[in-house]
Design a protein around this ligand. Structure first.
Ligand code: PMP
Length: 360
């Protein structure tokens, strides 16, 4: 077996212990005589899997009782529509546009009402987070929306915006469980699992209870109404059962690692290895404002497109995979989620150093 260091932005690296445990349970899940993949979602073993997953997530994050946890489908992209459908009572919402995913969410909200971009960093190709301390928040806004970590551009809100009392809705797909969070600062926090948590196909939405109502936009499909899923404990229809099972294992793994404080510490150390190298390098450079750098997605360039391409190809040959930047920005991007071991980042930095020496 030869596993590579996988720097993919998502689907992404998962903890090896989790994969090995899942493999050992593949044919016979704990004496049930079947795989979790073959099991009814109404069965006792699966009931325990989803209940334990939620309980472990709640403990890990410290989710208060007045927040619901929903395991959903449709990707983060489907929540781009579900958010306005469930929340846009006044048909007004304010969006902070800090990247491609925020922009997509903003465009989707415009289908349903008056979505306003109250701040944007598009003027400098999304290489920074705008000052959000005193924004022109619409008095009648139903919510203020952010994409907290911008996967493609590698920026992160290190300070949440001042929403002037409006509920904050955050897409946390690429920073989920990477550090401790205060859930009470959010009305809704949601993300796709396929970066920091589990396989593609699961979306987790953590929603304050009073925002889950029957008062949704006319025409909202039953499946997109959060209340449908909340009333059924995420079992209104067949959930992404196997994915939820893997997520549950990752939550246990995170607890074993020491929880979110420990992950933050480790993530800061890993990111520092890479950013310190980039800051000292004469060949490579990071592409975003230092104070807004993400701990999860680190974009960088080597100076020209040919060198970038050579770097990606040579890195791949050395077992460092998926370092090509997003097709919309080029260059490189190293995604170093929770499950990327420190040794992977060390190997990357050593390889970058070698490449730099060879291209002096
Ligand atoms: N939001 C963010 C921050 C993302 O990185 C992505 C990319 N996976 C999405 C939303 C879209 O996610 P999905 O493919 O699950 O719809």
């Amino acid at each position: 077996m030869a596993r590579v260091y996988n720097f993919s932005a998502g689907p992404a690296v998962l903890p090896e212990e989790v994969l090995a445990e899942a493999a050992s349970e593949m044919l016979d899940y704990r004496g049930s005589g079947m795989s979790v993949m073959e099991m009814s979602h109404r069965s006792k073993p699966f009931g325990e899997i989803i209940e334990n997953a939620e309980a472990d997530l709640r403990e890990l994050v410290g989710i208060p009782d007045n927040y619901r946890v929903l395991f959903l489908q449709g990707g983060a992209s489907q929540q781009f529509a579900a958010v306005p459908m469930n929340l846009m009572k006044n048909r007004v919402a304010d969006y902070i546009v800090t990247g491609a995913w925020a922009k997509k969410a903003f465009k989707e909200a415009k289908i349903f009402g008056d979505a306003r971009a109250i701040a944007s960093s598009e003027d400098e190709t999304f290489s920074y987070i705008p000052d959000c301390s005193d924004l022109d928040v619409s008095p009648d806004a139903d919510y203020v929306y952010i994409c907290e970590n911008n996967t493609i551009y590698g920026t992160k809100f290190h300070t949440l915006p001042n929403t002037k009392g409006k509920d904050l809705v955050a897409d946390v797909s690429s920073c989920f469980l990477s550090e401790p969070v205060d859930i009470t600062r959010y009305g809704v926090m949601y993300g796709g699992a396929q970066k920091n948590i589990g396989p593609a196909g699961v979306v987790i939405s953590i929603i304050r209870e009073d925002l889950i109502t029957d008062d949704v936009l006319e025409g909202t499909p039953t499946m997109l109404k959060w209340k449908t899923q909340a009333d059924a404990n995420s079992l209104y229809n067949t959930p992404p059962a196997y994915g939820i099972y893997i997520c549950g294992k990752v939550f246990k793994w995170l607890k074993d690692q020491g929880g979110l404080e420990a992950m933050q510490q480790r993530n800061q150390e890993k990111a520092a290895l890479l950013y310190d190298f980039l800051d000292a390098s004469k060949l490579f450079r990071g592409t975003v404002r230092k104070e807004d750098r993400s701990l999860m997605n680190v974009p960088f360039v080597a100076g020209d497109a040919d060198l970038d391409a050579a770097f990606v190809a040579e890195a791949k040959a050395a077992g460092l995979e998926n370092l090509k930047g997003h097709r919309s920005v080029g260059g490189m991007r190293a995604s170093i989620y929770n499950a990327m071991p420190r040794a992977g980042v060390e190997a990357l930095v050593a390889f970058m150093d070698k490449f730099e020496q060879a291209h002096k």
